[in-house]
Design a protein around this ligand. Structure first.
Ligand SMILES: [Zn+2]
Length: 107
């Protein structure tokens, strides 16, 4: 297994944990940047699982919006997962995404 590269912080020799920093320096960075806690990009496995869950919820009779809410993802995010996985994006997802964007534009 490949060794994780060391922390980018000068003088720190711990292995990196996130954003090229070790756990200690990453946590310190988060405290300095509390609004930068964006979730890390999902791996292909995570995307695959999420799409699987999404399709399961849809088959259970959930609407697109309900299924997305249940998975804590926006339709546009689920669309991105389909595309990254090289799978055809369901028309209903596009439609829901468009409706949402129109709703946002009203505000
Ligand atoms: Zn460090």
């Amino acid at each position: 297994m490949a060794e994780k590269p060391p922390c980018t912080e000068t003088g720190c020799d711990r292995t990196s944990y996130a954003r090229g920093m070790c756990k200690k320096h990453y946590n310190a960075w988060l405290r300095r940047n509390p609004d930068k806690t964006e979730p890390k990009a999902a791996s292909l496995e995570e995307m695959d699982l999420l799409v699987y869950d999404y399709e399961f919820l849809r088959s259970m009779g959930f609407t697109v919006v309900q299924a997305c809410k249940r998975l804590h993802r926006r339709p546009v995010t689920v669309i991105g997962y389909y595309r990254k996985l090289g799978r055809p994006v369901p028309q209903s997802l596009w439609a829901a995404n468009e409706r949402l964007q129109r709703k946002v534009a009203v505000y």
